[in-house]
Design a protein around this ligand. Structure first.
Ligand SMILES: C[S@@+](CC[C@H](N)C(=O)[O-])C[C@H]1O[C@@H](n2cnc3c(N)ncnc32)[C@H](O)[C@@H]1O
Length: 277
């Protein structure tokens, strides 16, 4: 297995690397869980045939255009359409109904990756008649993923899983209403993104913007240390309107987060919470 032969990175080397990333490139990885960061760095070192972090640093300094590829490789972009379908059912049935009466619903996808989560939300809103009132922001630290997200196209091999997840959320609706296959791609209807703005934004180092009825930050906290999870969740809860919804990944927890006391569980097992009024 590839991972068995990954180069060993010491804590001191990692520390030095994170300092360089911060001071030279403005990326703060200090609160990322060290084990997963070391593994990702090991994969990059191996893939490009570097001998250690030193030549990698050198390349980042001498070839600035490499930085965006590096950010794409160091982050984990795994995602899928209607990932964890039961959570989407809970969102639709238990969390969204109070917003039916609003003239506008603002939604923020933090760590949107290649956009499947954004398309899932657009389809969900379309199915329940809320899409025309939605204003959606989708942000990520990785601009290569953002570019892919804007295209709303995925490899055709994703089709079976995506359709299966869709049908688990909407058993009587048609997947083909939203997507078709073309030239080896699964192509989603571009109108699903017409109310969405994609932005490069770092949830760790940048301020939040605006107030939102719904924030999804799924499968990102898991890469952070507990103090950083606490800091990020505080930022997100501050950005919710009273009564607003926070949805995190089903394998994540608010255990370390002081802001959890400002939230009420809508569905704890699906990790959906409402900010107290
Ligand atoms: C595993 S994906 C999760 C995608 C999607 N939310 C889901 O649950 O399927 C995590 C995403 O978070 C992004 N990310 C990592 N650090 C970030 C940061 N500091 N600010 C914003 N996004 C970040 C990564 O680039 C990646 O696209």
């Amino acid at each position: 297995m590839l991972t068995e032969f990954l180069p060993d990175i010491s804590d001191a080397e990692l520390e030095q690397f994170m300092q360089i990333m911060l001071t030279q490139h403005g990326y703060d990885f200090r609160g990322y869980a060290p084990a997963s960061l070391k593994r990702r760095l090991g994969l990059v070192i191996k893939k490009y045939g570097f001998t250690s972090l030193i030549p990698l640093n050198q390349r980042l300094l001498t070839q600035p255009e490499y930085l965006r590829y590096f950010i794409n490789e160091i982050t984990v972009s795994t995602t899928e359409l209607f990932r964890d379908p039961a959570a989407w059912v809970a969102l639709r049935v238990q969390a969204l109904p109070p917003f039916f009466a609003l003239p506008e619903i603002r939604i923020w996808h933090v760590g949107a990756s290649t956009g499947e989560e954004v398309i899932s939300m657009a389809i969900l809103l379309q199915e329940i008649g809320l899409y025309s009132r939605a204003r959606i922001f989708a942000t990520d630290i990785d601009d290569i993923s953002i570019e892919k997200a804007k295209s709303a196209q995925y490899p055709a091999r994703s089709r079976n899983l995506y359709k299966q997840n869709f049908q688990a959320v909407f058993p009587t609706s048609s997947f083909e209403k939203y997507a078709h296959e073309e030239g080896g791609h699964l192509v989603f209807d571009p109108s699903l993104l017409k109310n969405t703005r994609f932005l490069k934004h770092n949830i760790v180092t940048e301020a939040a913007f605006g107030e939102f009825e719904v924030i999804l930050c799924r499968n990102l906290l898991i890469y952070f240390t507990p103090p950083l999870q606490d800091q990020v969740v505080t930022k997100l809860v501050d950005s919710l309107v009273p009564g607003g919804i926070l949805m995190i990944g089903t394998k994540e927890s608010l255990f370390w987060c002081s802001a959890a006391k400002r939230l009420i569980a809508v569905n704890d097992s699906e990790r959906i919470y409402r900010k107290q009024k």
